[in-house]
Design a protein around this ligand. Sequence first.
Ligand code: ARG
Length: 568
Amino acid sequence: MKSLKKKVASAVYKGLLSIKPDVTLTEAEIISYLAYPPDQTMGDLALPCFKFSKELRMAPPAIASKLVEGFECEGIARAEAAGGYLNLKIDRGAFCRSIYDSIADTDKPYGASGEGAGKTVVLDYSSPNVAKPFHIGHLGTTVIGHSLKKMFEFAGYKCIGVNHLGDWGTQFGKLTVAYRKWGSREAVEQKGIDELVALYVKFHEEAEKEPALNDEARAAFTALEHGDPEITELWRWFIEISIAEYKKTYKQLDIEFDYYTGESFYTDKMPAVVEELKEKNLLTLDDGASIVDLEAYGMPPCLILKRDGSTLYPTRDIAAAIYRKNTFDFDKCIYVTSAGQCLHFAQWFKVLELMGREWYKDLVHVPYGTVSLNGEKLATRTGNVVLLKDLFDEAIDKAAAIMAEKNPELAGREDVAESVGVGAVVFYYLSSNRMRDINFVLEDALNFDGNTGPYAQYTYARTCQILHKCSDFRAEEFTPNDDEFALCKTLSLFPETFDQALYEYEPSIITRYVLQLCADYNRFYHNCPVLTAETEQLKAQRLALTQSTNKVLARALELICVRHPEKI
Ligand code: ARG
């Protein structure tokens, strides 16, 4: 169904044509100027005509009056000119009905444009470095990445989630040395990744005092590169243990990856890349290392091979991108990492362009800002980190304590506490624009009365409970009051909000939409009795609005990876 804004834009466009037959403004532009003013005395929908005065060479009030003449549009009851604005009064009953109908339509999910039909997107996210801690710095890549995956899926794309594990590099040399010196099989088997991280931290402490350990570690990594069977076996084991641990956290977030193809997966795919770079005369020797000079593009060189001939992080990314293009023939490949890696991505994207791979344009880097906890920054090497799993555990415990107080009778409380605790962390994280630096305060994230995940989940549960009590209704005629109309307006904005979030790779746009929807629903709920409404018609109308809110909230929460239990 055509949205109301689209219908209005067509009508306005017709009006503009009658003023200037060769007008270059488009309907899409007109839609972007149409707004629902917060103050309803200004009409339900307003169009600022000064946006057109330059092209039409006319004063805004004159344009507004001209547009009012003969304005006709389904769903609009009245058009008025007020100063430079065209103010439109919506036929509220018809509007609410049409929103309800499109949300209730089971054939086409409400808000899904279907733009991705037949297209494939690869998403590279989370990708922790094995043997180093999986800490709250990874929260961003993990939840933004997964949310983008959900969003692209909803838009109809085929999505492939790849965990590009950091499973190759000198840290394995360090870990091997540390394990042999201070570790034991039993301890690793018992404590899993915690023991690996402890060994890694100990290595750094000891190497401060005894720098020769670094040479030993380098030698161990070289041995791994040459396929030393014993070290290879240790390496495999370290990875296995780490993945098992990551999967526990992924399960709490309902994340499943299609592939765990880490950096090591591309070992045998890199020689061809190096060959091609040589053939295309792109490699230069720099103090024994091989680089691609990017000075002409205002960037430092991209490092391809170290002096000893070993490959680097960018080399593996180039090989991985080519492999993914050949294997999945993607339309887009998205990388979610901290903003600290912006230069890295800009560099190797440029190298692919220089190699003549036209599809370099389909590579997208989605960066995000830093995270601190209660004002403290994180440092991996000193072991001063907060692990993601510890943050989740703490949030779950706190959520359980709050719920034991609020709703002691609740069945299945443990599961719900997990959904609320983890959901609170994710929601809080995804509330700010991704480039903003975030300071995490768990108490704020779990405040049931704030703009939080628990508050959104609570609102959702409220809608479920009402619908449980009465699901049999037929809403045919709508006579919305101001609160009901405001709720409908917000419901009507879901499709365009989703499109914008997708276009900007910005899940927080959806999170903020959820908060708006909850605020509108709760205001409606407090002012308009649903089950005890005065007439059957009103009751049906309010149940219809409750059901629409329920569906849109569920969808929006799914898109930002927050669970929505029916009771909390
Ligand atoms: N393992 C890297 C890190 O933790 C992130 C990898 C991102 N993906 C990529 N293809 N480079 O910093």
